[in-house]
Ligand binder design. Structure first.
Ligand code: V47
Length: 398
């Protein structure tokens, strides 16, 4: 397997709207962590656990925002993108998931699958609106062949060469590999040759095998999830990482999850963004009454930002947070608001009441209200320059 050293253009994200580098004034309980970070020292497992318990949540937010602004100034990135959820048929039955259906075996309505022409139509809609990224994920389909996935990428790439293709979670890639009994390296290489640009962060859930057995039995192990991302990074495919929180997990499990991501990022430098995902409890079999509260979500954002010191971005995913909390998350360490997100299904089937898309103007407004400066990016965090010739008149800034 050839190893490519990532040039990491995203890591150069310029602090173009600079902020004073002075660390913030914080309460006594936060001062030791502020001093440690200001001296460029790393937070430990114990520090992470302690931050989950501090009383001064506002101060914690100030610290996380300072940390994010030290990397990016007041810039807040967003992407003009769309989701294509090509099918929700899945051979797994994760207890937290409201999206999946068992093909031919499920008594519930709502199972669907798209043929490739339908996928290309969806990609066309994203591109025609000025989209620069398609986020493509689905269930582990019981009978689509290997070529469904490679031809999907090839077909989108041929029709819309400029569209960034962020496709398939680590779990889907394992499934695709199994269809031809290929290694993950061979599979990722084949997907890359067909047009894949990067991987989304899904499927990580919680990187603790005992808990995985409860909430997503049958899914690959924590080590396998990490190993797939390691292989992707080595092949020059950057990726994201997620953590599903607000179900049965302990604070220790959350911290250990973050530390495993941090260690892999030290090794490869291939992660672009981390996205904390709040558990949505509707229409699934996991017996949890409600997901995290707003305060718990903000604390999760701040602790993630401070612990994942080597991740360029923490992403405020408004679809899952709701617009109000997504704005607040920008004050708790997030530096990216994801995107316009046409046609998201996974969260909406789990009870999310957010809209299914935002316009660029709405995103600008939401970001500017927080004191952030919106900057449009592509799937690799390269800046986009728009001309006056309509939605297709865009380019990546040199
Ligand atoms: O892995 C599924 C989560 C993830 C529920 O990389 C649920 O840019 C909460 O990974 N409640 C898929 N969460 C979505 C995902 C993602 C989202 C946005 C951006 C990116 C990115 C990636 O959704 C799954 C799972 O953790 N999920 N069901 C639920 N009921």
């Amino acid at each position: 397997m050839s190893t490519v050293v990532l040039q990491a253009p995203w890591a150069r994200a310029a602090a173009d709207v600079s902020e004073p580098a002075q660390p913030p004034v914080v309460s006594a309980e936060l001062a030791p962590y502020r001093d440690k970070l200001a001296e460029g020292r790393r937070l430990t497992r114990e520090d992470g656990l302690a931050l989950f318990g501090v009383r001064d949540l506002l101060g914690l937010g100030r610290l996380a925002q300072w940390f994010a602004r030290r990397k990016h100034g007041r810039t807040v990135y967003y992407v003009n993108n769309g989701h294509i959820n090509y099918s929700n048929y899945c051979t797994l039955s994760c207890a937290f998931c409201s999206f999946y259906r068992r093909k031919g075996k499920d008594r519930r309505d709502g199972g669907y699958e798209m043929n490739l022409e339908q996928v290309f139509d969806e990609a066309g809609k994203i591109y025609a609106r000025g989209g620069t990224e398609a986020h493509v994920v689905g269930g582990l389909h019981p009978d689509f062949p290997f070529e469904y996935y490679t031809e999907m990428l090839r077909g989108i790439r041929a029709r819309y060469p400029k569209l960034g293709l962020k496709c398939f979670t680590a779990i889907e890639v394992y499934h695709i590999a199994g269809l031809k009994k290929l290694s993950v390296g061979e599979t990722l290489q084949a997907l890359k040759e067909a047009g894949l640009d990067s991987l989304p962060g899904g499927g990580a859930e919680i990187l603790d095998d005992r808990l995985r057995d409860v909430i997503c039995k049958g899914k690959e192990t924590s080590a396998e999830w990490l190993d797939l991302h390691r292989t992707a990074h080595r092949l020059g495919l950057p990726s994201n990482a997620t953590l599903l929180h607000g179900h049965y997990e302990t604070l220790e499990q959350r911290i250990d999850h973050l530390l495993q991501l941090r260690a892999l990022q030290d090794e490869t430098g291939g992660f672009l963004a981390f996205i904390p995902l709040s558990y949505h409890p509707e229409h699934n079999s996991l017996k949890v009454e409600h997901g995290p509260t707003g305060m718990q979500e903000l604390r999760m954002y701040a602790v993630s930002r401070l612990l994942l010191d080597n991740f360029p971005h923490v992403k405020s995913y408004w679809i899952m947070l709701g617009l109000a909390t997504a704005q607040l998350a920008l004050g708790y360490g997030a530096s990216d608001m994801d995107g316009t997100v046409l046609q998201e299904k996974i969260y909406h089937m789990a009870g999310a009441s957010t809209p299914q898309a935002l316009s660029v103007d709405e995103l600008h407004h939401l970001i500017e209200e927080t004191g952030g400066v919106p900057v449009e990016r592509n799937h690799l965090y390269r800046r986009i320059r728009r001309g006056s010739g309509g939605p297709l008149d865009w380019d990546i800034e040199a």
